[in-house]
Write a protein that binds this ligand. Structure first.
Ligand SMILES: Nc1ncnc2c1ncn2[C@@H]1O[C@H](COP(=O)(O)OP(=O)(O)O)[C@@H](O)[C@H]1O
Ligand SMILES: [Mg+2]
Length: 368
């Protein structure tokens, strides 16, 4: 069996380079702004951001389904700006599967191979191999109407896989699946990528999906890249307030305030005072800042802030506790508790050492 030997049908280098890519739609929507990205051969890169931030537009420009207003896109050493989608050696998987409804799964998988004039024996070999990889052998003779959503999405993945392209593009492929199936398919995608190691760009609005799937994640907002990095780096050192609140759940707690004259304490609303320990930044005394602390990083401590429990959401192992603080502040803490605290009861919480984030109040950029 030939399997997926990459060199047989694909270009040697399947890196992807975007330089100053802009997209302004005819109606005037500026969907992508000055996008620069280098995606390494074999990398799994995730584009994440809220709805409307330009993710699909960027992906569709890579696929050649959307014109680029300016800039260049290269696959390997080849600038593909003017290359037709079918000649880009790319396979795309969409949210809505986009299978031919009147064709069986096998015929859906075979169609793209026939178009590319792949000989019959090799077509069968590739279909058998992809079906085995995805565990869809028993579905091959069914039409999409005879399959569940999860099965259809697997066939759609199979259709991309048989092509053995230089690059996979995914646009929210798991969005139509229920939570359990989404989680399972996510794991399978990751494993599949480990096996075939095809350069992949994956779009999602779901930060958890981005964190768990990506070798690196690209956080976008309003057409602009906010941060690029490995998931844990983005989680641990968010570059600005947007990334800080978008990545991680529940969202990071934020408090407006200032650093005191000695540069060692944050002073917030209602007299909240939090020592900055090793988070302290140089020459920041007196500066207006936003202090951030993740719900996972709050813990009961004698010298913390006294808070009143508003609502609790028990998760089993842990409990999300929403609390009211001094000066009208809101806190969310994810705590390991033996019992769920009653609404109206008080807790004294403070940040674990070394977990604080500081941002410039005006620009929202990370400090230190
Ligand atoms: N075909 C189009 N014509 C005009 N504007 C569009 C078109 N497609 C998307 N847009 C606009 O471009 C922006 C980015 O859209 P999109 O790339 O679909 O975002 P996302 O995939 O992140 O949700 C949005 O403001 C959207 O309204
Ligand atoms: Mg989209």
């Amino acid at each position: 069996m030939g399997g997926h030997t990459r060199t047989s049908y694909t270009s040697e280098m399947a890196s992807l380079t975007l330089t100053d890519v802009e997209k302004i739609y005819p109606g005037g929507a500026h969907a992508v702004r000055g996008c620069a990205l280098e995606i390494a051969d074999g990398e799994f890169l995730v584009l994440v951001g809220p709805s409307g931030c330009g993710k699909s537009t960027l992906l569709r420009m890579i696929a050649g389904l959307e014109d680029i207003t300016s800039g260049t896109i290269s696959i390997g050493d080849r600038v593909v700006n003017a290359v037709q989608p079918k000649d880009r050696d790319i396979a795309m998987v969409f949210q809505n599967y986009a299978l031919y409804p009147h064709k069986t799964a096998r015929a859906n998988l075979e169609f793209a191979l026939k178009l590319r004039k792949i000989p019959r024996a090799e077509r069968q070999e590739r279909i058998t191999e992809a079906a085995r990889q995805l565990g869809i052998e028993e579905l091959l003779d069914r039409r999409p109407g005879q399959m569940s959503g999860g099965q259809q999405q697997r066939v759609a993945l199979g259709r991309a896989l048989v092509r053995n392209p230089a690059v996979f593009l995914f646009d929210e492929p798991l969005s139509n699946l229920d939570a359990k199936l989404r989680h399972r398919t996510r794991g399978e995608l990751k494993e599949l990528h480990r096996r075939v190691a095809t350069t992949s760009v994956y779009v999602t609005h779901d930060q958890e999906e981005a964190m768990t799937l990506g070798d690196r994640v690209v956080v976008m907002k309003d057409g602009l890249i906010q941060q690029v990095g490995p998931p844990l780096e983005v989680y641990r050192r968010p570059a600005n307030l947007f990334v800080a609140t978008f990545i991680g759940a529940p969202a990071m707690n934020l408090f407006e305030g200032a650093i005191d004259g000695s540069g060692t304490t944050f002073e917030g609303p209602g007299g909240i005072s939090i020592p900055l320990d090793e988070t302290a930044v140089q020459n920041a005394a007196g500066r207006s800042v936003t202090l951030g602390v993740r719900p996972q990083h709050l813990e009961p401590t004698a010298n913390g802030v006294e808070l009143t429990v508003r609502i609790c959401e028990p998760l089993g192992d842990e409990t999300d506790v929403m609390l009211d603080g001094p000066g009208g502040t809101d806190f969310t803490a994810r705590l390991k508790l033996d019992a769920v605290p009653a609404a109206g009861s008080t807790m004294t919480l403070g940040p674990k050492p070394g977990t604080l984030h500081l941002f410039d109040s005006e620009s929202g950029e990370r400090l230190g």
